[in-house]
Write a protein that binds this ligand. Structure first.
Ligand code: SF4
Length: 470
C-alpha cells in the first residue's frame, strides 16, 4: 500500500467551538478511519479545521508498516511539540497503527503526545480527550473482535465530491511473516452489508461517482449475521445459504447506482475466486482492475513470507483473471530483499513480473518490523546495497512494463472519471480509466465529476494523455 501523506484540503467544517485537525498517513484504510474519527468528534461538538494552528486538538492517524513511515511521524510529532510551546492547551494525539504498536512508549518514554488511541478504540476518543483536558494523559489501545464502526456515517474529510472510500471489514487473519497489520489492527471482522449498501446509497444521493470498498483482504469478506468467521463452518444450511460473500456484496453495491463506479482493494491471491471475477464482468460499473499483491515470485520465499500460495498459484490466478476479464488491469506489491532471498529467487520475482505484465506496482525494500514473525524468527541478512540494487531492477522492469502497457492505449478511446485538475495545468483535467491508470486531457467544457471519453494520443510510464471526444 502507498505511503503518501494527504493534507486535508476541504474547507473547514465547523460544528462546535473546539476544533480538531487530523493528518492521515499510510494506506487507504487509515484515510477512511480518519473520516470515522471526524464523525465521532463532530458528534461530540468538535468542528474540523484544516489549519493546524486553529486546532485545539491535533491527531496524527499513523502507519507502522515500514520503519520510514514511523520516522516521518516521529519527526512530525517533534515539530508539533513546538506548536505546544505557543499554545499550552493544545492536545496532540497519535492514533492508528503506530499508536497500537508502541502503546505507552510515545506517551511515557518519549513524552511526545497526550493521547494514544488504537484503531478499534476511536469511539472512546472524545472521552480520552476530555481526560487530557483535565490534566491527565490518556490511552486506549484495546483491540476488538467486533468493532466495525458499521453505523457511523463518515465525515468526508479529503473529498473531491467524486470518489469515496467505504470500509467493509477490519483487521487481518493472515499473519504474513513480514507484516505488522495483524498486531496493529487485530482479527478480521466483516461489516454488516446493509450498512455498507446504505453508505453507498448516501454517497450516490450526494452526487459521488465512485466508491472503493476497502479491507485488508476483501475477498475474505463474509457476513452471516455477525458472528466470528471461525463459526461459519458449523453454521446451519440456511445460514450458509444466506451468507453474504464478497462477490455478493460487490453485486449489492454495484446495483445501488449504475452511474457510480465500484472499485475494491486489496485482494489476496489465495482468496480471490471466479465468483468475484464473474460479478465484475456482469456489471459495467465495477471497474476492471484488481490490486493483487504477489510480494515475491519465488515459492520458497513466499512460503517463509507465509503467503500460503506458490508462484504457480499466483500465475494461475493472473491467467484466470485475464481469461475471464481480458481487459482487466492488474497491479502488484513487491518486496525486494526479504530475509535469505538469493539472487536466483530475486530473478524469479522479475520473471513473475514479466509474465504477469502488471500495469503498475508498489515496490519496497524489505524493512524489518518489530514483533512480526520474520523479526522473531528470521535474519534480515540481505545487505542494504543488495536490497537497493534489487529494488532498482524491479522498478526499472516495472517502468518498462508500464510504458509498454500504456503504449497499447495510443489511438484508443477510454472512459475517464475526471476527479481533479491536473497538477501541471489548471487547463487540464485528470482522472482514471477503468483499469485505474491516470489520464490527463484538456478540460474544455468538462468539469470534475464528469465521465469523459478520451482519445489517447501519447503516454508516459504513469499517465495516458489525450483529448476529450464527447
Ligand atoms: S494479508 Fe498479509 S500483508 Fe496483507 S495485511 Fe494481512 S498480514 Fe499484512
Amino acid at each position: 500500500m502507498s505511503t503518501e501523506v494527504l493534507q486535508q484540503t476541504k474547507e473547514t467544517q465547523l460544528t462546535g467551538n473546539k476544533q480538531f485537525y487530523i493528518e492521515s498517513y499510510g494506506c487507504a484504510m487509515n484515510f477512511s478511519d480518519s473520516e470515522i474519527i471526524g464523525s465521532i468528534m463532530a458528534e461530540h461538538g468538535y468542528g474540523h479545521t484544516n489549519d493546524e494552528f486553529d486546532a485545539d486538538v491535533i491527531f496524527l492517524n499513523t502507519c507502522a508498516i515500514r520503519e520510514n513511515a514511523e520516522k516521518t511521524i516521529r519527526d512530525r510529532l517533534k515539530h508539533l511539540r513546538l506548536n505546544k510551546k505557543k499554545n499550552s492547551d493544545l492536545i496532540i494525539g497519535v492514533l492508528g497503527c503506530m499508536a497500537e504498536r508502541l502503546k505507552t512508549k510515545l506517551l511515557e518514554e518519549e513524552k511526545l503526545v497526550d493521547v494514544v488511541v488504537g484503531p478499534d478504540a476511536y469511539r472512546d476518543l472524545p472521552k480520552l480527550v476530555a481526560e487530557v483536558e483535565e490534566g491527565n494523559r490518556a490511552i486506549n489501545v484495546l483491540l476488538s473482535r467486533e468493532e466495525t464502526y458499521a453505523e457511523i456515517s463518515p465525515m468526508r474529510l479529503n473529498t473531491n465530491g467524486v470518489s469515496a472510500f467505504i470500509s467493509i471489514m477490519r483487521g487481518c487473519d493472515n499473519m504474513c511473516s513480514f507484516c505488522v497489520v495483524p498486531f496493529t489492527r487485530g482479527r478480521e471482522r466483516s461489516r454488516d452489508p446493509e450498512s455498507i449498501v446504505a453508505e453507498a446509497k448516501t454517497l450516490s444521493e450526494a452526487g459521488y461517482k465512485e466508491v472503493t470498498l476497502l479491507g485488508q483482504n476483501v475477498d475474505s469478506y463474509l457476513w452471516f449475521g455477525g458472528g466470528p468467521k471461525v463459526e461459519f463452518k458449523n453454521a446451519d444450511d440456511s445460514t450458509k445459504a444466506n451468507a453474504v460473500t464478497f462477490a455478493k456484496l460487490l453485486e449489492m453495491v454495484a446495483k445501488v447506482d449504475p452511474n457510480m463506479r465500484v472499485r475494491f482493494s486489496t485482494s489476496h491471491p489465495k482468496d480471490i475466486c471466479d465468483d468475484v471475477l464473474y460479478t465484475m464482468c456482469k456489471y459495467d460499473n465495477i471497474c476492471k482492475y484488481i490490486h493483487l499483491p504477489a510480494q515475491s515470485g519465488n515459492t520458497r520465499v513466499l512460503e517463509i513470507m507465509n503467503r500460503t500460495y506458490t508462484r504457480e498459484w499466483y500465475l494461475d490466478k493472473v491467467k484466470r483473471i485475464r481469461e475471464i476479464i481480458p481487459e482487466c488491469g492488474i497491479s502488484c506489491d513487491i518486496i525486494a530483499g526479504f530475509c535469505s532471498e538469493t539472487e536466483e529467487e530475486h530473478q524469479d520475482t522479475l520473471s513473475l513480473m514479466q509474465q504477469s505484465r502488471f500495469d503498475f506496482s508498489y515496490m519496497y525494500k524489505y524493512s524489518e518490523r518489530p514483533g512480526t514473525l520474520a523479526a522473531k524468527k528470521m535474519e534480515d541478512d540481505v545487505p542494504e546495497e543488495v536490497k537497493s540494487r534489487r529494488l532498482t531492477e524491479i522498478i526499472q522492469l516495472q517502468n518498462e512494463l508500464s510504458l509498454q502497457n500504456n503504449s497499447a492505449y495510443i489511438g484508443k478511446t477510454v472512459r475517464v472519471l475526471a476527479d481533479s485538475l491536473s497538477k501541471k495545468s489548471d487547463q487540464d483535467l485528470s482522472g482514471r480509466n477503468d483499469q485505474n491508470i491516470k489520464v490527463v486531457f484538456p478540460k474544455g467544457e468538462h468539469k470534475i465529476g464528469d465521465y469523459v471519453d478520451v482519445l489517447i494520443e501519447r503516454v508516459t510510464v504513469t499517465t495516458l494523455i489525450g483529448k476529450a471526444i464527447n
